[in-house]
Design a binder for this molecule. Sequence first.
Ligand code: NAP
Length: 308
Amino acid sequence: MRYCTLGEMNASRIVMGCMRIGDKPLEQTEKVIVNACSGGVNMFDLADVYGGGNCEKVFGVAMRDLEIPRKNYILQTKCGICKDGEGNIHRFNFGKDYILNSVENSLKRLNTEYIDILLLHRPDTLVDTDEVGEAFERLQEDGKVRAFGVSNFSAMQMKLFRSCGIEIVANQMQFSLGHTAPVDAGFNVNMYKEESVTRAGDAMEYCRLRKIPVQAWSPLQYGFFKGVFVGNDRFPVLNKELDRQAEKYGVSPSAIALAWILRHPAFKQVVTGTTSPERMTELCKAGDVMMSHEDWYALYLATGKILP
Ligand SMILES: NC(=O)c1ccc[n+]([C@@H]2O[C@H](COP(=O)([O-])OP(=O)(O)OC[C@H]3O[C@@H](n4cnc5c(N)ncnc54)[C@H](OP(=O)(O)O)[C@@H]3O)[C@@H](O)[C@H]2O)c1
């Protein structure tokens, strides 16, 4: 496993995502955590909304059962997405009281004294950045949150926050061989093509400029949670190339898909959402693959994208 710098922390490049653990047997989740740690993972990603709060609860119980010392892992959670009683998203909220309340509730559910990194989940267009700054200051002073980051933010949105004195240690964005939007526009600058549209708001370039690590979410999904592309008949060319490289590098095709993300200089981390202990062991090997320049492009082209 390779590691990267996240604020003042030394974090594994593979992060265990906990969005799908809410309805899984506790014993299974504990095995995934154990295998992740054995594979070198030292960071876990959650959110107040995952499983309606249940994912944070399950994680808290699992870590207590496993007796993993709190200082041995980096705990990241998020706030800012509000859901109604039926679990549907009805607004985004970066209000001071909302942030402070959310953190209190997360700390209780997670059964911990502090959160290492708090991400603002999705941009709230009504944000008052001064309020966010006040909330962050209070949380840091009280020792409840060590560092802050964002998720799904464009370059200008990050710039706005930073101009108000808010330090950002990470941006979490969707990126995979089934969702290449963050890099497509960079290949097609100044052209009349669909791919020329800057969908990721220059976030990668800005993050590289400011040395803010980007974390990739849903590394094996295509579209917006449409399914997994690995082993999927809808993507024969891509799977043929994944299989070829899996053999070459001696890891599974899914690990190759993660290694492809980590080969990009902006994407310092990938957040995997598997709930299978065996898959977790296999995916951790992606953290050691040094994919060649040529193989990275071969996979990009295998998605059906064309270089100009
Ligand atoms: N910031 C954001 O807006 C945002 C949005 C979404 C997610 N996230 C974060 O990103 C994490 C990952 O998201 P995700 O769960 O959608 O990502 P993912 O790793 O692309 O997908 C995991 C899902 O794919 C399934 N799967 C099927 N075949 C697989 C294979 N060969 N290898 C591995 N998994 C396979 C897994 O099933 P099994 O469990 O059976 O392996 C699981 O249901 C989340 O846990 C969350 O922490 C963040």
